[in-house]
Design a protein around this ligand. Structure first.
Ligand code: ADP
Ligand code: ADP
Length: 229
């Protein structure tokens, strides 16, 4: 379970400007592929297509052999867990936000996920920052804290496919290392697509893809890419 296959995928947010110019790659079940490349290359766009925020303009994306274009959005999203760069939280407690997507989870499971993501201290508080929100229990979360909420949510959801879009980029180095080990735990034996800017976060990737201006310009394992220089 959890096979991903991109077949000559083309996409643009508007028809005048193509962002992905024929992308093909495969992530076999349980494998890990990392996508690196300069800002604006189209890396996050790949993760958004996989989550079916948008549909491809040409080519196909297959998940477990099914063409995403033929699958209901909810069915795709049940199988894919994404830790985005910029997490938007619901106007409710952190615990509610962690439970989102797995409403059947027990309090104990939520607590455990929060612990792994290092946010157990404030799961009963509300995230501040919404126009409509006032209240003593409110807490202004930093970008890194919001990212940890998204990580806790993903730990709890434990989906067959994991998409980490610069999942630890907003964290300081010390927290990053600790959260990375929690992520390594969830991604073990799971199909994982990691979008990275720091090579240290992708040492376990089976394949690294270098994307530039919407095209794959290099691919290989760590060793091959180092030899290419
Ligand atoms: P990366 O993740 O590699 O930094 P993105 O996939 O975020 O790149 O963006 C690729 C290109 O698509 C950029 O030029 C960006 O400006 C453009 N882009 C991203 N999101 C949108 C959007 N919602 N509407 C229009 N253009 C977008
Ligand atoms: P529902 O249709 O039940 O509201 P969604 O399809 O919105 O559920 O979400 C299912 C899963 O996708 C959740 O676990 C959530 O973490 C994730 N998710 C939903 N929206 C986003 C988003 N904008 N960015 C990142 N992850 C999201």
């Amino acid at each position: 379970d959890g096979a991903i296959r991109f077949e000559d995928v083309r996409f643009g947010y508007d028809p005048e400007r193509e962002i992905l110019k024929g992308i093909s790659f495969e992530v076999p079940p349980g494998h890990s592929v990392a996508i690196v490349g300069p800002s604006g290359a189209g890396k996050s766009t790949i993760s958004r297509l996989l989550f079916r925020f948008y549909d491809v303009t040409a080519g196909r994306i297959l998940v477990d052999g099914q063409n995403l274009a033929d699958v209901a959005q909810e069915s795709v999203r049940a199988r894919v867990g994404i830790v985005p760069q910029d997490t938007v939280l619901f106007n409710d407690t952190i615990a509610y936000n962690i439970r989102y997507g797995r409403t059947d989870a027990s309090d104990e499971e939520v607590r455990r996920a929060a612990e792994l993501a290092q946010i157990s201290d404030f799961i009963e508080t509300l995230p501040l920052g919404f126009d409509t929100m006032v209240g003593e229990r409110g807490l202004k979360l930093s970008g890194g804290e919001k990212q940890r909420v998204a990580i806790a949510r993903t730990i709890l959801k434990a989906p067959p496919i994991l998409v980490l879009d610069e999942a630890t980029s907003a964290l300081d180095t010390h927290t990053e290392q600790e959260i990375q080990s929690a992520l390594d735990l969830v991604s073990r034996n799971r199909t994982t697509l990691t979008i990275a800017h720091r090579l240290s976060t992708i040492v376990n990737a089976n394949e690294i893809i270098v994307l530039k201006a919407g095209e794959i310009v290099e691919r290989g394992d760590h060793r091959t890419l180092l030899e290419l220089g």
